[in-house]
Design a protein around this ligand. Sequence first.
Ligand code: SF4
Length: 453
Amino acid sequence: MEKIVVREKEEPPSAERSERSGSDNDEKPPSTGIAVQAINPAIQGHQQALSNSYLLKTPKSIKISIPPHHQGIVGKKTLEFKKKYFPGVTRFEWNDWRWQLKHRITSAAGLSRFMTLWDQEIEAMTGDGKQFPVSITPFYVSLIAGSMPDYPLRMSVVPTCSELVVSPLDRIDPLEEHHDSPCDGLVHRYPDRVLFLATDFCSTYCRYCTRSRIVGRDDHFMSTIDRWEKAVAYIEEHTEVRDVLISGGDPLTLSTERLEWLISRIRRIQHVEIIRMGTKAPVVLPQRITKQLCAMLKKYHPLLMSIHFTHPDELTPETVEACGRLADAGIPLGSQTVLLKGVNDSVDVMKKLMQGLLKARVKPYYLYQCDPVVGTSHFRTTVEKGIEIISGLQGHTTGYAVPTFVVDAPGGGGKIPVYANRVAGRQGSDLLLTNYEGKVYSYPDPEGRLGSM
Ligand code: SF4
């Protein structure tokens, strides 16, 4: 019997890279065809679907199209959007993160193609008082297309005039990161760890961004090797730094080569034990989580990732697949969520998000009280709201699904966990505690003083 092998065609070497130009070729495009040669019996996966008789009729190389599942998953809603608004774009192009970056929607005119904009939104994007740039990937636009202005995902990325209101409590740099920056793009606040701001760029800008003073601004360009070298030199000199958090901006908007340069450089520092990354890419640009990226990241373990999620509707098939790919690369995944009025400030929404995250193999990590950043007062809830949400989760669902609620103290005090008070008092040698149902139980604690007046 004739032996058959199906293998991908070879691709030419990739060209010079530029992560924002769409010309970065760190990942090979899929071959437009598959060379089939009669030499080996191994036929795997989708290739098995081809009938042997068909192959045997074609002893020389033939071209076959790549089945859709080999071109990346596209959710139903997004697929319909793509067909309607980008009919000439192939699924391969759509699933190419560079194509997504190149076609970001950045203006009211661009957005109005996909939804009826509210006057408040148009004014925020076109008026003189414009605060913070707009950028949304076509993928994320597919999730908000045709929505109403109060749709949570839309509220999180499309500005309104509320953003132009500056409350007396607002601060440009509420966490005063600037004061703890020994060099440009590095924040050393806590004793054993630093924040490395690798870039000022994000594929999609959140309207409540804590670092809106830096990200998306043309006057900053943070991802230069020269600047990175200075920050790396600082880490090398400070042997107490055992943990480096690479964030930005979104570091996963950098090309894989640039990112690997940075990660490998940090990994070479002996006293750095762990590397963490902060990103929203799996949510707004899930196409970025390629096998090649994961293969690169897994070389630098222990490496952890915090993913920025806002709402359960962000748990699209694309995002869940991207998280699975990262998890399969051995990267522990945690979530970070900002509590936002009108977006996710209810127990039901938060429970759905946290439970969905666990299913997507992401451990809910932090729920943040919204920082008092300029132009975000309309998003801020009371601190009680956060406690109410955590109390509505704790005991009511899996403990793993309960994040830690924190207030990042304005003025540079760092993250302060805030909990519901479960101590109901003391009765003799018993400590009285309130459970998740509001019932009081006693615990024998004869030597304790907690709960005493
Ligand atoms: S992803 Fe993070 S850094 Fe980028 S705009 Fe959103 S909050 Fe800011």
